[in-house]
Design a protein around this ligand. Structure first.
Ligand code: EPU
Length: 418
């Protein structure tokens, strides 16, 4: 197993390029199931979750070839309709194959994902929505068994805004008979990216990116060439790295409009942010100001930036309140941040963070993807050396992060543990 060793205290400076989005790539890969043939997906990040998605598609009978950040997926030979526990427990997003398999084969067998480090994360709304489209669903031996001769359009109103649920139903409805209306749909940019791909495949989708999405089912879809949107959470993590080190960096290839709520907060914290086209420059403040954060579905402050923002607040001037409203257990990084000498108190779904003058480097353990990112940020700001173990979490979602940070002047190395 690898670990990261960071010698903190360096101001980051220079240029860094954002990779393609993990959370957009996963459903985009899975959507290729809907149209038999040769698809080409571009701007794909090199990540462990992408490898898992490739394994899922291969296990269904797809053939896949990768060359740099371009991945060719041929789904003509798809002949299986099952996603096993082994794959789904490694990556929950594998459950997204349910809708596309049902649409293509009229049946699907997909393992229920089980627990997760950040919350219960049920998929009840995915299943309820598929039932509304006419699927017959049973749960047996830990698997969801779904059948439908032909899915039929329906009006679906989500109880809570769900990114995966919205993606699942948009894919299932693309070739269903008649019109589907998704109300209280999630509005995340990754959903708009998936809709753009489905539309290039021939789907008729209106309103993706708003809370009402209308899908008019078409007879069949065509294979496609699609380029994945930039990773807004990776971009936000680099912006926070500039802020916490008092650095001055330029981030290339990002979409600042995808991160408005976060950018406003980072500016309130004192960072100077300017942009020209898709290059964003972030200058960290001399003194970080405390800000309060409430995570919300898009366009609110993203839960996927909560841990990183908390790392920044540990060294802010004053006290900040951070409320997590999306996942019920997403404060796993707090006990690790305490090891750096941070002053954080949790009460229910809120954390009160009192800024300290300086963090001190420590051995810590990554617990989930974004928690790992927050530990890196703390390590960059801390004095002395920080060792982060269990960084396989990090490799799920950040492409070459230690190389990118080294390029900005950080003293960070990946070493083999033990
Ligand atoms: N929910 C239900 N029932 C459902 C589905 C969701 O109650 O059927 C609840 C969840 O338990 C959660 C809330 O709804 O409390 C929102 O969950 P959502 O479905 O939106 O999350 P997701 O699709 O499972 C995606 C991202 C997450 C990101 C969330 C929220 C992917 C692959 N994952 O998860 O990304 O935090 O949306 O924005 O797109 C990450 O990248 O680190 C990550 C966890």
């Amino acid at each position: 197993m690898d670990k990261l060793i960071i010698k903190g205290g360096k101001r980051l400076a220079g240029d860094v390029m954002v990779s393609g989005s993990k959370n957009a790539s996963l459903p985009i890969f899975i959507a290729t199931i809907l149209a038999p043939g040769a698809h080409e997906i571009r701007n794909v990040p090199f990540l462990r979750d992408i490898n898992t998605t490739i394994k899922v598609l291969e296990s269904l009978g797809a053939t896949i070839e990768g060359n740099g950040n371009v991945v060719k997926i041929d789904t003509s030979g798809l002949n299986r309709h099952e996603a096993t526990y082994d794959l789904v427990k490694t990556m929950r997003a594998s459950v997204l194959v349910l809708g596309p398999l049902l649409a293509r084969f009229g049946k699907a067998r997909v393992s229920l994902p089980g627990g997760c480090a950040i919350g219960a994360r049920p998929i009840n709304l995915h299943l309820k929505g598929l039932e509304a489209l006419g699927a017959e669903i049973t749960l047996e031996h830990g698997y969801v068994e779904a059948r439908a001769r032909k899915l039929k359009g329906a009006r679906i109103n989500f109880d809570v805004s769900t990114v995966g649920g919205t993606e699942q139903l948009m894919m299932a409805a693309a070739t269903a008979k008649g019109e589907t209306i998704l109300e209280n749909a999630a509005r995340e940019p990754e959903i708009a990216d998936l809709a753009e791909m489905l539309t290039s495949m021939g789907a008729r989708i209106d309103g993706a990116g708003t809370d009402t999405i209308r899908i008019n089912g078409v007879g069949e879809l065509q294979p496609v060439v699609h380029s994945v949107m930039p990773d807004r959470i990776e971009a936000g993590t680099f912006m926070t790295a500039a802020a916490i080190t008092g650095g001055d960096i330029r981030i290339h290839g990002m979409r600042p409009d995808h991160l408005d709520a976060f950018i406003f907060k980072l500016q309130d914290a004192g960072a100077e942010i300017t942009h020209k086209d898709n290059i964003v420059r972030v200058k960290g403040p001399r003194k970080i100001r405390s800000v309060n954060i409430k995570t919300r579905p898009y366009p609110g402050f993203p839960t996927d930036m909560q841990a990183q923002m908390m790392a920044l607040m540990t060294v802010a001037d004053g006290t900040s309140m951070i409320s997590e409203n999306i996942f019920e257990n997403r404060f796993m990084h707090v006990s690790e941040l305490l090891r750096f000498g941070a002053d954080i108190f949790i009460e229910g779904n809120s954390a009160m963070v009192k800024g300290v003058r300086k963090l001190s480097g420590a051995p810590v353990m990554a617990t989930d993807l974004r928690a790992s990112a927050s530990l890196i940020l703390a390590g960059l700001a801390a004095d002395n050396t920080t060792e982060i173990s269990r960084i396989y979490h990090l490799d799920r979602g950040y492409e070459a992060i230690e190389k990118k940070l080294s390029g900005l002047g950080a003293d960070i190395q990946r070493v083999k543990e033990g």
